[in-house]
Design a protein around this ligand. Structure first.
Ligand code: DTR
Ligand code: CA
Ligand code: ZN
Ligand code: ZN
Length: 438
């Protein structure tokens, strides 16, 4: 693995800024225009979201036990969502396609108004697998996006961007519906997209709180929400590209999203920070007949529904501060056991004018079997030491997290080091990667 300087990030951020926040045509990397302060995002009523899940459950029960592509249960699900949106003043379009010899449906709902050259879209796949009702996968995402759209209508929101919502068919067959939608978007229409937000499995019964680490501005927006409610998040790694955001990302549209986990197992460190059961899958009923209305964490569904609304309001209606340039070192560095000397992973920063900000962000990914052994420091180019972790966490595994450091007295350019020392015998590990964002 090599040192990678995320110049792409600066370019993407500039594009995202141009796309998400400027009134000029997205193609021009215009500076963000001043916009009125964003209206306050609403709380999405959990009861409303669960009422949609109950409807999806009834639809499955009345149609052979599932809501899969090509089955009556899927079409009934689309009809339910469309009727709600039509009644709420959306302009809806039913897009048909054929897959595996059956007719598939995408539902697109446009909220009238906003800059037609800057589209912010939120979406979820509506189909289930054939083995069950698909309440978490993906009734949860579909219901949250539906209720967010209905909240836009209730608020009579007049966002800066043009808001669009989508419910995809045949995701379980391989992102078929979202691919069909994107592939049939003229290039000029694709260029109008400021971003696509994906919600696939956001109510897992043993939940994790994962944020897609694709577009940094969208990622930061979701992280801002969760840090505002005191819930730590992790980068989504279970399935890069395994949901409908991949269809949009593949054509260069900035994407982001939320995920609460599928068949991967929750670690003890994750159970410590999120609760739930370590050693158990985030969703034991993934793609199973037990993915029913009992297969939902109300807390996770509520938090993620509110986060979806927060992102639509924030990204659609105002100009959040995009993250600055970041630099990353992904080279593995072994951490020898105590009493060995500390080891360091260097990052050479260049091209950043002035001093580091008071909110310098350090993302750390250390694999270790006993985080309580470790002392982790950020060492500035002039040798100043900023302690990030000082032996907390006991026997839990790994240190994966973000730290905010007031490094405003440090010149940004120069060689920064992440320094790690193992201070107790037994248990070893390595620095997997780290990133500094100004
Ligand atoms: N592909 C989704 C489930 C899934 C698995 N990993 C991820 C990561 C991000 C979003 C979704 C998923 C499905 O089975 O529908
Ligand atoms: Ca809520
Ligand atoms: Zn699935
Ligand atoms: Zn899914």
């Amino acid at each position: 693995m090599s040192l990678s300087v995320s110049r792409r990030l600066a370019a993407v951020t500039a594009f995202a800024v141009a796309g998400l926040f400027a009134s000029a045509a997205p193609a021009a990397l215009a500076a963000p225009t001043a916009v009125a302060a964003a209206p306050t995002p609403p709380d999405i009523p959990l009861a409303n979201v669960k009422a949609h899940l109950s409807q999806f459950s009834t639809i499955a029960a009345n149609n052979g036990g599932n809501r899969a592509h090509g089955r009556a249960g899927y079409k009934a699900s689309i009809d339910y969502v469309k009727a709600k949106l039509d009644a709420a003043g959306f302009t809806t379009t039913l897009q048909t396609f054929t897959s595996s010899g059956a007719t598939g449906y995408n539902l697109i709902a446009d909220w009238p108004g906003g800059d037609p050259n800057s589209v912010l879209m939120a979406g979820a796949h509506l189909d289930s697998v054939s083995s069950g009702a698909g309440i978490n996968d993906n009734g949860s995402g579909s219901a949250a996006v539906l209720e967010t759209a209905l909240a836009v209508s209730r608020a009579g929101l007049q966002p800066t961007k043009h808001l669009r919502f989508g419910w995809w068919g045949a995701e379980e067959l391989g992102l078929i519906g979202s691919k069909y939608y994107v592939n049939n978007l003229p290039t000029a229409e694709r260029a109008k997209f400021a971003g696509y937000l994906n919600f696939d499995m956001i109510g897992s019964p043993n939940p994790g709180y994962f944020v897609y680490d694709d577009d940094p501005t969208i990622e930061q927006t979701f992280k801002n929400y969760f840090s505002g409610i005191g819930v730590p998040t992790e980068i989504e790694t279970e399935g890069d590209g395994r949901s409908d955001h991949a269809s949009f990302k593949n054509v260069g549209i900035p994407v982001g999203g939320l995920f609460t986990g599928a068949s991967n197992t929750k670690t003890s460190a994750q159970a410590q920070k999120w609760g739930g059961t370590a050693g158990q899958a985030f969703d034991r009923c993934y793609h199973s007949s037990c993915d029913n209305t009992a297969n939902i964490s109300d807390t996770a569904l509520d938090r993620n529904s509110d986060a979806a609304a927060y992102a639509v309001w924030t990204l659609g209606a105002s100009t959040p501060v995009p993250p600055g340039p970041s630099f990353e070192n992904t080279a593995d560095v072994n951490i020898p056991d105590s009493p060995a000397a500390a080891v360091s992973s260097p990052i050479t920063v260049s091209g950043v004018a002035g001093n580091a900000p008071a909110t310098t962000k350090v993302d750390v990914n250390i694999v270790h079997t006993y985080r309580g052994d470790l002392v982790v420091d950020l060492v500035a180019p002039d040798g100043t030491v900023y302690n990030l972790h000082n032996r907390s966490g006991g026997s839990a595994d790994n240190i994966v997290g973000s730290y905010t450091v007031n490094a405003s007295s440090e010149v940004a350019n120069g060689v920064w080091n992440l320094r790690v020392r193992d201070t107790a015998a037994q248990d070893i590990g390595y620095i997997n990667s780290w990133k500094i964002t100004f």
